[in-house]
Ligand binder design. Sequence first.
Ligand code: FEO
Ligand code: CA
Ligand code: CA
Ligand code: CA
Length: 711
Amino acid sequence: MSKEIEDPRVHNDSRNEPFSSVLDKHVSRRGIMQGGLGLAALSVFGGFGLGGLSGLASADSGAAKSPLSLAFESLRGSRTDAVVVPEGYTAQVLIPWGTPLNAQAPAWRDDLAITPAVQANSVGMHHDGMHAFALDEASASRDFLLALNNEYIDQKALWAPQGGPTNAEEGQRPADEVRTEINAHGITIVRVRKGSDGRWQHVADDAYNRRFTSATPMRLAGPVAGSAYVRTRYSPEGSHTRGTNNNCANGYTPWGTYLTCEENWPEVFVNHGERTRDDARLGLPTERGRYGWETAAGDASERADEFARFDVTPRGDAPTDDYRNETRTFGYIVEIDPYDGSAQAVKRTALGRFRHEGCWPGKLVEGQPVVFYSGHDSRNEYIYKFVSDAVWDPADANRVGADYDRLAIGAKYMDQGTLYVARFDADGSGEWLALTPDAETADGERLDAALGLERGDLAGVIVHTCDAADLLGATPMDRPEWGTVDPATGEVYMTLTNNSKRSAEDTAATFTNDGSAIDGPGVGYATAPTNAPNPRADNQAGQVIRWRDTGASAFEWEIFVFGAAADDADNLSGLTEANQFASPDGLWFDERGDGQGILWIQTDNGYEGVSEHTNDQLLAVVPASVSRKPGGAAVIGAADQAQLKRFAVGPNDCEVTGIFATPDRTALFINIQHPGNWPSGDDATAATSGTVRPRASTVVIQKADGGQVGV
Ligand code: FEO
Ligand code: CA
Ligand code: CA
Ligand code: CA
């Protein structure tokens, strides 16, 4: 997500007790559990992020190995219209925006006029989170389905041939422009394949190729489905909705489905009347939606309220007469079966309603619940986890093929369970607070009563997830972005990208969104005071936090690394010119066996201290090669600089996001989102000469000698 669509306002005006800035009180604990945990518990293929370890040198379970070593030199910073990779590597552009998925879309050309039909049959815009789904084990590293989020749009590039969008800021948008923009959002499923020459290409017209857009019918499941909160004119029984919006990071399930996560969706709606409590908390616009899609309502060609639904102002007598509840069908984790072209996407409401960045499964243990971690990407918002009621049955892993109902397995693990929110304590411990109707708030009330809900109203708690988390005393964080789980240890890493609304005051400072003071106990804030996991005021460079659950509702945490410019006064991880970075965003723990792996860190930076040296980048570190520091210091410190290396740099104006590698680890896939003047061809490293119509793209990084990436 670029600053273009990021919502800089703070919507959390809760009165949570703050934790003072006591990083130095953060006690030292025993070292992390490392290695030795059986990989047999992991799935074998399908969800690449969970396994696919065949072919890796560490597949045997022999003696402990020396730590992995990153066999490339840290790159210098770069500010060009090209991708930069280490010597000995290639980088190929794959499936840029507008690549035809079938014969109904024309081949790309720079002056191609995009219509609703062209866009519905082509790769969407602004690639973000993605995941690979194998078709069979033998070919998993050279032929698979790529599921890809198309987070938002660049109207200038989309409408370049006609000189820009019509009435972008005010006035009525033309119906077909709105339909095209709606179709540029969502998810792309596309089959990709490696040729005998080592080059990758998409399989045009493959039967698996598919698009989900901001208009595709979807099913609601879990506690909110069928409740009065989601009854609309489109779905009077509250069972369905249309579209998924602003899908940022992603996730996947152990049974072989894709999870796509609704992040900055509130901005495509508008409410000209009085917003509901939850819509105000989530920052729904009151003047005009981000792209003014609602202004096409009433066009003679409008079908089934396709535009009217973006204006949620109550107009009828009852909720089923209008779209006042439309926004309550958004803000969820959405499950997609990439293998079944006829399966509807399902919104899994049990995992909470907020601006979801992504969703990551925890370590799988037979007979234990399945856990998913997620974060709310806004300033001073929270980190969550969902714990299933059903316990894990390894027979549910990797149900690839036509014989399985993967979404039924999804219902088993994702529709009943408990949602928790995290409180990080200053001593390095933490507690998961259950968001159940009978939970006790920080003020000793029942949660349902404190929210003004009927007793036992779980759907209401979920619709008001953010308010519920406020009331329980969750810790406001510096914009949680991606997470990733070390599948051997179960340790979770999460990026906290930056926070311009973090103040230095170590006090119960009292501010509301409009700057007025709040009296009484607790605190409400437009700026949250610094606290142990978020210790820097006006945090422009961000940090990566790490935790591990130590009981049903307890965890331990530490900061893994702080972003900074090398010459910053608060360069708390001692970064140098060779690895300075800011605003960590994408994250992936790349398991390489024996409990070892590479943590890949991607950036989405707007901090000048770093951007004057380099464009956004991809860094790598082997966590097993750095150890915890005493006294609560970050895991990566001045002595560890050789371990954190810059592996790739993106072209001007882009962010680097979305990441996985093939099971054999010979091809690393990343996404380049919102480049300014790139790509200029198939070679991602070719610098653009002149001007091109920019296209977000996937980039495949491989070693010229065919070896494993990174080592
Ligand atoms: Fe879409 Fe949180 O970045
Ligand atoms: Ca993004
Ligand atoms: Ca970001
Ligand atoms: Ca992001």
